[in-house]
Design a protein around this ligand. Structure first.
Ligand SMILES: Cc1cc2nc3c(=O)[nH]c(=O)nc-3n(C[C@H](O)[C@H](O)[C@H](O)COP(=O)(O)O)c2cc1C
Length: 384
């Protein structure tokens, strides 16, 4: 039982060992930002516009309350879920994060994210923007569940190459992110001039790619690499591109950034296998509702046709339970695991993931929802 993590922690304390990593999200964020190099702080913490949407993502969870149910206590809980033919022991994933690679001092953060995923059984979704090639990141945990997130480049051959490399390296699904074909307006980064990719960071999946190498020519200088990347990043995808994207692989495809029921319905009609409801943590467009506000509409449109992954604003195990009760099939963790990895390395990230699993498990236990099937919208009441 994931909740048994607390027994481990209490017993450790009895033996004189207090936990080395934080439990509270605000404290985690504060400490991690202090540990990160200044040029990364705004990039990880910041969002679009005045960040109202970003703050709203996390705040929205407080608008919904889980109703406790009694006489349903069950010592054994089951948080497992089947996703694309693989049974996961918990309904969590690690969201794709494009500068993860440089969030650890050794600049191999993607590898360490994968290691934390392997240690917890939680799938790792590797971003297109890695500091090590996707093959090396996969090799860090050959048996771990892993998906690859595609920022679709303008060069179609490069897109095909990235997808086929991911498949060959053992990634099991492709997440196509739709909301980032152009960077959002991020005042904190604009004010500090922070955009790691323009400094040549996290481009390993490009520089290791044979098609990209053809585009730059042999032995390119750093400026050529960056300008070639600028020239191909960010394909403004429309519905006309979806048949081509679908044709790139027989692996399951999820589309990330879907918040409108009509978009979810049409994407499924056109052959995608999963919907990833997210507003990119409020990093891309300000002025929207919280991603959680859009989830019920997406759930209603999708029905039981396909799994729904949700992220944006998940900070606690109770948040995870609420998103599941609303109808998400699985929940992805973004900044919390990035901060934990930056602050405490793999042990810090493992602690963060185990804490989320434990809190979700114990919340379900105490509130009388012992399995994911028990978590329906009836478990929730709108508070405000
Ligand atoms: C620093 C940072 C980089 C990100 N890079 C990517 C990326 O490369 N690809 C992607 O699809 N989403 C990316 N995201 C968005 C996450 O996948 C996820 O949607 C978001 O972190 C959820 O919001 P939250 O962290 O506030 O919970 C990034 C998020 C952050 C914080």
């Amino acid at each position: 039982m994931y909740g048994d993590y607390q027994i481990e922690l209490y017993l450790g304390a009895l033996g004189g060992v207090l936990p080395a990593h934080p439990f509270d999200y605000a404290e985690l964020e504060r400490s991690a930002l202090a540990a990160l190099p200044p040029e990364l702080r705004t990039y990880v913490a910041g969002g679009a516009g005045d960040e109202a949407t970003q703050r709203g993502n996390a705040a929205a969870f407080a608008d919904h309350g889980l109703v406790p149910r009694m006489f349903r206590a069950q010592a054994e809980r089951d948080l497992s879920v089947e996703l694309f033919g693989r049974r996961l022991q918990s309904p969590l994933l690690l969201a794709p994060v494009g500068v993860l690679g440089i969030c650890t001092p050794d600049q191999h953060g993607d590898v360490h994210g994968m290691e934390a995923a392997a240690a917890t059984g939680v799938p790792f979704i590797g971003s297109t923007l890695m500091s090590d090639p996707l093959e090396d990141v996969a090799a860090a945990a050959p048996d771990a569940a892993k998906w690859f997130q595609l920022y679709t480049p303008k060069n179609r051959e490069l897109a095909a190459s990235l997808v086929s490399r991911a498949e060959a390296a053992g990634y099991e699904a492709i997440v196509i992110t739709l909301d980032t074909w152009v960077p959002g307006w991020r005042p904190r980064d604009l004010a500090s001039g922070n955009f790691p990719q323009l400094r040549g960071k996290c481009l390993a999946n490009y520089t290791s790619d044979p098609i990209f190498q053809e585009m730059t020519g042999p032995d390119p200088d750093p400026g050529t690499v960056v300008m070639t990347w600028v020239g191909t990043f960010g394909n403004p995808i429309t519905w006309d591109d979806l048949p081509w994207l679908r044709s790139l692989t027989t692996m399951p495809i999820l589309v990330k950034g879907v918040c409108h029921p009509d978009d979810a319905r049409r994407a499924l009609d056109e052959g995608v296998d999963g919907i990833y409801c997210s507003n990119h943590g409020g990093r891309q467009a300000n002025g929207g509702g919280a991603a959680l506000d859009w989830l019920p509409g997406v759930v209603e449109a999708v029905g039981d046709r396909a799994p729904i992954v949700f992220d944006s604003g998940v900070r606690t195990g109770a948040d995870v339970v609420k998103a599941l009760a609303m109808g998400a099939t699985a929940v992805a963790i973004g900044r919390p695991y990035v901060y934990a990895l930056a602050l405490g390395g793999v042990p810090g990230a493992v602690h963060q993931i185990r804490s989320l699993q434990a809190e979700a498990d114990l919340t379900m236990a105490v509130d009388g929802y012992p399995t994911l099937a028990d978590l329906t919208p009836d478990a929730l009441r709108r508070l405000r």
